[in-house]
Design a protein around this ligand. Structure first.
Ligand code: NAD
Length: 404
């Protein structure tokens, strides 16, 4: 038991130093950001001036069918830019969808990629753009900075708020054989152009607003607690936390509250910038297992475990959580009360939005494998404030089993 745990912790700590250094030194694309309502159309009007002949518009079938992209398509047509549409991206995209998009890109002779959608679409679009000059299978990309050549020019227009994928050096792609989610990390995945246009997030129904908003909050909080955080990332993460706690309930209640929609889109972008430099923590490590084993949507899975993970870290994070609570506008004197107030605030937010508290299809026989995988994921790539023991992780996952 404890000697093994100590050895493991030593190994994880050494790895975390390496990850911290990599995150700091990782060369990344610079992106140009268009912001404000209508900015997606502004960006699309600009695309022909960059000299592209034909672009691949990547999205999913629901969004394409809903008419959300009509304005974008019209604006491309008006500006005489040819495009082909790949709408085969599914939630938690598999590599086969990336390959199919890439084949269409080739056969249509496209020379740039525009992704319009949630994190699933943006992750797939980013990989399609990268794959063009870097042929390989998913195993080849598994890891950090595996691609040798830059990808095609990539334009990202998020329709959820969100994953932050429009700014992160990562694409989360599922291996269809093992169902494992692989985080491809490469600075060449950072989109070159971004439009933060809340007109495109307005149509999210409440449950997707809630799930994607809690994903952004989890990014902000886990980034703030990361050992790789810097004053800049902490400022971005704290600002995002404050904004999300205030505006997410508003956007959930009234999807047409455009002030709340705009605030959420900016916050999820800032949280993305922050965690793209610091990585995340155990909430994500456990949420990925819930996605893999139970099919729980990513944001819902994060929301199910974030307060519990924060509580499990215990005393070592009280000071940090307290400073985050104060920056988020909570007026509490001592650190312990401030930390508890923040955790309670997150729990209340999740309850207020009637989010599911238990995953469907979680069986006790799946738990050991999930715990092991979550432990390894956090140990391998997340600079967490403290390494949780297997028992501590198991307690969090077991708490998710529905009492019947
Ligand atoms: P999603 O992209 O899977 O979309 C969820 C559903 O919402 C889909 O059915 C989609 O059609 C719908 N939808 C999207 N925008 C809508 C809109 N404006 N109106 C109505 N419906 C809309 O959800 P997501 O949470 O944005 O992305 C999740 C994926 O992103 C996961 O695969 C996750 O692993 C990944 N992710 C990536 C990063 C990164 O840094 N690259 C970070 C976090 C999560």
């Amino acid at each position: 038991g404890s000697t093994v745990d100590q050895m493991k912790t030593l190994y994880y700590k050494a790895r975390a130093q390496g990850v911290k250094l990599l995150l700091r030194l990782l060369p990344r694309n610079q992106s140009v950001v268009y912001a404000g309502r209508g900015s997606a159309l502004d960006l699309c009007r600009q695309v022909p001036t960059f000299g592209h002949q034909k672009v691949l518009l990547v999205t999913d079938r629901f969004l394409d069918g809903s008419g959300l992209l009509d304005g974008i398509k019209e604006s491309l047509q008006e500006n005489q830019l040819e495009f082909a549409v790949y709408d085969g991206v599914k939630p938690d995209p598999e590599f086969e969808q990336v390959q199919a998009g890439n084949e269409l890109l080739r056969s249509e002779g496209c020379d740039a990629v525009i992704g319009v959608g949630g994190g699933s679409v943006l992750d797939a679009a980013k990989m399609i753009a990268l794959l063009h000059h870097n042929p390989g299978d998913l195993a080849f990309f598994d890891g950090i900075q595996k691609a040798k050549k830059p990808g095609l020019p990539m334009f990202a227009i998020p329709t959820t708020a969100g994953t932050g994928s429009e700014t992160t050096p990562a694409s989360v792609i599922t291996d269809s054989k093992t169902h494992r989610k692989i985080a491809v990390a490469d600075g060449k995945l950072v989109p070159h152009y971004v439009a933060l246009d809340a007109d495109l997030t307005r149509t999210m129904p409440p449950h997707i607003t809630a799930a994607t908003g809690m994903d952004a909050l989890t990014h902000a909080v886990e980034s703030y607690l990361s050992k790789a955080s810097t004053p800049t990332t902490r400022e971005l993460a704290a600002g995002a936390t404050r904004t999300i706690l205030e505006h997410l309930p508003r956007a959930w209640r009234d999807g047409n509250d455009m002030q709340a929609r705009e605030a959420m889109l900016t916050a999820s972008f800032h949280a993305g910038v922050a965690f793209g430099r610091t990585s995340v923590g155990y909430a994500h490590a456990i949420a990925h297992q819930l996605g893999r084993v139970c099919g729980t949507p990513h944001g819902e899975a994060n929301a199910m475990v974030l307060p519990e993970v924060l509580a499990a870290y215990g005393e070592c994070v009280h000071g940090t959580l307290a400073s985050l609570a104060r920056k988020a506008g909570m007026d509490v004197d001592d650190d312990l009360s401030a930390a508890r107030a923040l955790i309670a605030g997150i729990t209340e937010l999740r309850d207020e939005m009637h989010m599911p508290t238990h995953p469907e299809r979680l069986n006790s026989e799946d738990i050991p494998g999930m715990v092991k995988a979550a432990e390894a994921e956090a140990g391998d790539i997340y600079p967490v404030p403290r390494y949780l023991s297997r028992q501590e992780i198991r307690a969090i996952v077991e708490g998710l089993i529905q009492d019947s």
